[in-house]
Design a protein around this ligand. Structure first.
Ligand code: TRP
Length: 391
């Protein structure tokens, strides 16, 4: 059902390491990683345990497949086609949160069916945690049309916090009607949620890079229990420099975009230009401001700009350290994911992001590949860097 992977890297399925020798199923592998990650992050409440229990059901038939049978489809949630990704998010002032992103329709026969399966998965979460999935219905014709196109249809994520109710997020494909209609689709979706002016303001300020070097990657909605639910727009920036990423960060009122530039330089290891895997910005909108973003996140695809995961870990530790955090929880999280040596591969850490809002403290999030099907070997050649080499 999927055309070639548009963004993440594709790995050959035969390269398998780091997974224990008695072949588990995908469901067991992921539930084990999630369980250990929750433990590592001290997220021990019963509702987080619901997520571990629900996870195999969300993956559908893919969950029961032994890992050595390979991926059921070329999902691009993670580079090795694992239809899931985990992440740990750190704020200076509080306990970490754990998130898990899945593609429920990864075994569906068509993109359209994948969307239907995704909706059923959302309903299951809505029933378990008592929230309304209705906001998705408002834009179903835009993102889940009868003959949907593109590499995916609907992904969902669970955001698990100690003691608090879980947040649910849904990710939809702006290119469901084809790449040429993405801007129109997103504009209409924003209008339906009351953000007509936000789209106009964004287009006025982004004219130099959008759409040519700004691909509309995801339209995302917060569902369930959030203090302030967001409508989010993810944009991939092909060939952006640090200065250009900083300019996008400047769309957040009152923020300090320079800090985002520093973050980007550290995580990118001094890369001058992100001409491999793209930097991704996420702009979020809430009722608080109908015109300007209330949040901005920069995701740096560290896996394409570092020799190996030890280097990626050190950069993530550096950005946590710069914000007064310590690296111990990060190391516990990495150990929860894999027993392989970090220097033996690259891509366990897929992205490191910095999220800022107009209302709360910034967060650093480390995105983790389940490496269910493949471990990418360390990169032999470094990309060109301003510092003349790193790692
Ligand atoms: N693997 C895809 C990519 O790298 C999709 C994806 C997964 C993604 N997690 C993400 C994109 C976080 C941006 C941010 O693009």
């Amino acid at each position: 059902m999927h055309p070639p992977v548009p963004l993440g890297r594709t790995l050959s399925p035969e390269r398998r390491t780091g997974v224990d020798p008695v072949t588990p199923t995908l469901g067991e592998h992921l539930a084990g990683q999630l369980q250990r990650l929750l433990h590592a992050a001290d997220v021990t409440c019963p509702r987080a345990q619901d997520a571990v229990r629900l996870l195999p059901g969300l993956l559908g038939p893919a969950a029961g497949r032994p890992l050595d049978a390979g991926p059921a489809s070329p999902s691009f949630v993670s580079d090795d086609h694992s239809p899931a990704e985990l992440s740990v998010s750190f704020a200076a002032d509080g306990a970490p949160t754990v998130r898990v992103l899945v593609e429920p329709g990864c075994t569906a026969g068509s993109v359209t069916d994948s969307g239907r399966t995704g909706l059923l998965a959302l309903d299951r979460l809505a029933t378990c945690w008592d929230f309304a999935a209705e906001p998705v219905d408002r834009v179903a014709d835009l993102f889940l049309p009868p003959a949907a196109r593109g590499p995916f249809s609907l992904w969902c994520a669970m955001d698990l916090r100690q003691g608090g109710p879980p947040g649910v997020k849904v990710y939809l494909n702006p290119e469901a009607h084809g790449g040429d209609s993405a801007a129109e689709v997103v504009e209409e979706a924003l209008v339906r949620f009351g953000f007509r002016w936000a789209w106009r303001a964004l287009m006025a300020r982004a004219a130099s890079w959008c759409p040519d070097r700004g691909r509309l990657l995801f339209f995302a909605l917060d569902l369930g229990h959030w203090q302030e639910p967001r409508v989010k727009l993810y944009i991939a920036h092909q060939g952006f420099s640090v200065a250009e990423a900083e300019a996008v960060a400047g769309l957040l009122p009152g923020g300090r975009p320079r800090r985002v530039g520093d973050f980007c330089r550290t995580v990118g290891g001094g890369a001058r230009c992100f001409d491999g895997l793209p930097l991704v910005s996420c702009l979020s909108f809430t009722r608080r401001d109908r015109e300007r973003p209330s949040g901005h996140t920069l995701h740096v695809p560290v896996r394409d700009y570092a020799r190996d995961d030890r280097v990626a870990r050190d950069r993530a530790a550096a950005v946590l350290g710069a914000r007064g955090g310590d690296a111990h929880p990060l190391d516990k999280a990495l150990a929860a994911m894999t027993s392989r040596r970090l220097s033996d591969g690259v891509g366990l850490i897929s992205y490191v992001s910095l999220a800022r809002t107009t209302s709360g403290p910034p967060r650093v999030t480390v995105y983790l590949s389940p490496e269910a099907y493949a471990v990418h070997p360390p990169r032999e050649q470094q990309r060109d860097t301003a510092a003349g080499g790193h790692g």
